[in-house]
Design a protein around this ligand. Structure first.
Ligand code: HEM
Ligand SMILES: *[C@@H]1O[C@H](CO)[C@@H](O)[C@H](O)[C@H]1NC(C)=O
Ligand SMILES: *[C@@H]1O[C@H](CO)[C@@H](O)[C@H](O)[C@H]1NC(C)=O
Length: 340
């Protein structure tokens, strides 16, 4: 145990170093985002996004989770540039079929509806990347989470990258060190990682992503060492049968206590060892997670601190941009296709 722990710690330190060097070049000299970006060209922007999000979340609170996750999966791939929204065409392969996204990302029609409304109100003005960023903020508010101001002025990409979607997005069976390194690579800290994971206080996971956590062994859990309580396990087993490919898309809430409420209940579950995703439980239970464990305890004890950090970290997430999207980017007419 001891040598492998040391080795993993060494690898982590090394990755921290490499990524902190990479980061400086990833975020160089971009035009800054501003709060007033559309103030004169589309004064009703915020009202229009809010109205559509209200309808969506009222009809199904899960829609809030879908939009928040869409924004996250957009920003971790080429920066927040609407690349995740692009459909496959003859000339472009989008990100929707990449393994972290397929059968899993949803909510695209909500973004289409907002975009349609905005094209009637102020055609060609508001980027899909900005729409998604505002919609994610509104989604959080509508299920009880904090408000924050959203800096704007992103451009939509004319490319997508299924390869970067595979490489950059964290998955439920990855270890803590790998996930931390993926956040550092984006210029986000361990604190951002723990706070942003608090988004799992809403929304659902599919059986495919939790089978290893439920049954371990044959399904190769990375953290079979964090067993779930018997009562929680038996309820999960009734939703997710122990057979690969059977009921893969059956879903279960990540926060079974208050699944539709944006609160800090997610962290309380981690304290009890009942994080649904193995990757989430690792933040509290991993031997490597001294700092993450401390943060989990803090956010469980102090919901205001969680809301404050979550807001700040969402702004940082939304700030991930790349040179390309400003140089070659556009404001798409349809979020699903680049302009012709
Ligand atoms: C820290 C690493 C993360 C990992 C490993 C991870 C992994 C996952 C997985 C496996 C699911 C279930 C997907 C499915 O089964 O279809 C999920 C759902 C979700 N994730 Fe994450 N996630 C992470 C971070 C984040 C962040 C930073 C956010 C947003 C700020 C986020 C927001 C969500 C939301 C809202 C859902 C529920 C979506 C729904 O109801 O369909 N996640 N995540
Ligand atoms: C995000 O970007 C805006 C403008 O580009 C900047 O003013 C703000 O300080 C950044 N916020 C964070 C948390 O990085
Ligand atoms: C999916 O879940 C439902 C309800 O939780 C359950 O009745 C059904 O049997 C599950 N599907 C499979 C294939 O087990």
């Amino acid at each position: 145990m001891a040598p492998s722990l040391c080795f993993r710690t060494f690898i982590l330190q090394f990755m921290l170093l490499v990524f902190s060097i990479l980061n400086t070049s990833l975020h160089a000299s971009e035009p800054p985002l501003t709060l007033e970006y559309y103030a004169s060209a589309c004064p009703n922007l915020f009202e229009i996004v809010k109205k559509e999000m209200e309808c969506a979340v009222l009809s199904d609170p899960r829609n809030a989770a879908l939009i928040v996750r869409l924004h996250f999966h957009d920003c971790f791939v080429q920066g927040c540039d609407g690349s995740v929204l692009l459909d496959d065409t003859i000339t472009l392969t989008g990100e929707k079929k990449a393994s972290p996204n397929i059968h899993s990302l949803k909510g695209f029609r909500i973004i289409d509806r907002i975009k349609n409304n905005l094209e009637s109100e102020c055609p060609g003005i508001v980027s899909c990347a900005d729409i998604l960023t505002i919609a994610a903020r509104d989604a959080v508010i509508l299920v009880g989470g904090p408000y924050w101001d959203v800096p704007l002025g992103r451009k939509d990409s004319i490319t997508a990258s299924p390869e970067l979607a595979e490489a950059n997005l964290p998955t439920a069976n990855e270890g803590l060190a790998t996930i931390i390194s993926k956040f550092l690579y984006q210029g986000l800290s361990v604190t951002d990682m723990v706070a942003l994971s608090g988004a799992h206080t809403i929304g659902m996971a599919r059986c495919e992503n939790v089978r290893a956590r439920i049954y371990g062994g044959d399904f190769e859990a990375t953290s079979g060492s964090n067993p779930l309580s018997q009562s929680y396990l038996s309820s999960l087993k009734s939703t997710c049968p122990p057979v690969r490919g059977v009921g893969d898309n059956n879903i279960t809430a990540m926060d079974y206590v208050t699944p539709d409420l944006f609160d800090n209940s997610f962290y309380h579950l981690l304290l009890k060892g009942e994080g649904l995703l193995s990757s989430d439980q690792e933040m509290y239970s991993s031997l490597l997670g001294i700092q993450t464990k401390q943060l989990v305890k803090q956010y469980a004890a102090d919901p205001v601190a969680f809301f404050q950090q979550f807001s700040d970290s969402m702004v940082k997430l939304g700030n991930i941009t790349n040179q390309d999207s400003f140089a070659t980017g556009e404001v798409r007419k349809s979020c699903r296709f680049v302009n012709t």
